[in-house]
Design a protein around this ligand. Structure first.
Ligand code: ADE
Ligand code: ZN
Length: 340
């Protein structure tokens, strides 16, 4: 059992979330409410029946349900409501800043205009209660031509998102498939991230870095399979946005007790803790911290490191980063004084 003092630290410490798919924050209750509002019929009889379908064997088995869930999002208000619910929930977990993924192709493929999705998500982010910015992800199971067309479509809204990412089915869709679209995004001054090394091999992490020139690796838990890559990421201070509950639900690790978060930190890697798709994986930020610290040999020193890593690896400007890091340090100084 996690000591109540460590639990309090995990819950109350200031933190940033760097790996959250906004469509993955859509709770079953909201899916049903939006389905009713929009006259969309769902292949589930109740909220409970939908929740019961959340038993996944791997990434693809989750993605099939996740894309079906997103089909209730039709109007700008729907995207606003989903995002406002996430931001309020993150605020309750003492998340101070979130860098939020969205998947425009999931919506444009259904005839929902790009502007409907981004305007609703962005408007909620403007209203708080926490700091938030947006990262547009390309679906890697689709072609690079489709990703390029999506980037073109996004250009009129260039001021509403800070970067691009790469998500969806990993194995069989290596980063180098998207070399040109990431090069184009880089020329536009966008920040670059990609999912790599969740189910895919360490070589996908290497090509995300060398071909796409990403600045953070999303997941990256398979890094430790390559000593050379581990040493490189440690040397370069490359951040990993690790998602503990996601990794258990999608069977990347059998049980939380065999998750490699502690080993990643021991190897000197800039790991962070994140929720990925909290409505589907059993929890938001603090649930992820508590589940990981409950099962693994992690203490208050690790909590401080993870909180610091989250702000240090963010795309905030240097001044805001320094201010948040000072808040983390002040929090832990006080926690130490209280414990003494
Ligand atoms: N889209 C939403 N969640 C994802 C994940 N964990 N991996 C890849 N694509 C995703
Ligand atoms: Zn993800």
């Amino acid at each position: 059992m996690l000591h109540s003092q460590l639990r309090n630290i995990l819950q109350n410490m200031p933190k940033a979330e760097l790996h959250i798919h906004i469509e993955g924050s859509l709770e079953p209750e909201l899916i049903f409410a939006l389905a009713q509002r929009n006259g969309v019929s769902l292949p589930y009889s109740s909220v409970e029946a939908l929740r019961q379908a959340y038993a996944f064997s791997d990434l693809q088995s989750f993605l099939d349900i996740y894309y079906a869930g997103a089909s209730v999002l039709l109007t700008e208000q729907d995207f606003y409501d989903m995002t406002a619910a996430y931001l309020a929930r993150a605020h309750a977990d003492n998340v101070r800043h979130a860098e939020i993924f969205f998947d425009p192709q999931t919506h444009t493929a259904r005839g929902v205009p790009f502007e409907t999705a981004i305007n609703g998500i962005w408007r909620a982010c403007q209203e708080g209660p926490i700091s938030a910015s947006l990262i547009m992800c390309f679906l890697r199971h689709l072609s690079e031509e489709e990703a390029l067309a999506t980037l073109d479509e996004a250009l009129p809204y260039r001021d509403k998102f800070i970067g691009v990412g790469l998500d969806s089915s990993e194995v069989g869709h290596p980063p180098e498939k998207f070399a040109r679209v990431f090069e184009r995004a880089r020329q536009l001054g966008l920040r670059l991230v990609a999912h790599a090394g969740e189910e895919g091999p360490p070589s996908y992490i290497e090509s995300a870095l060398d071909v796409l020139k990403v600045e953070r690796i999303d997941h990256g838990v398979r890094t430790l399979e390559s000593r050379e890559l581990t040493e490189r990421l440690a040397r370069e201070g490359m951040a990993l946005t690790v998602c503990p509950l996601s990794n258990i639900k999608l069977r990347v690790f059998d049980v939380m007790g065999s998750h490699n978060l502690r080993q990643l930190l021991d190897a000197g890697l800039a790991a962070t803790v994140n929720s990925d798709d909290p409505a589907y994986f059993g929890g938001y930020m603090n649930d992820n911290f508590i589940a990981a610290f409950d099962a693994l040999p992690l203490d208050a020193g690790h909590a401080r490191q993870l909180a610091r890593n989250s702000f240090a690896a963010s795309f905030l400007d240097p001044e805001r980063k320094r201010a948040f890091l000072a808040e983390v340090d002040a929090f832990f100084a006080q926690a130490g004084a209280d414990a003494a």
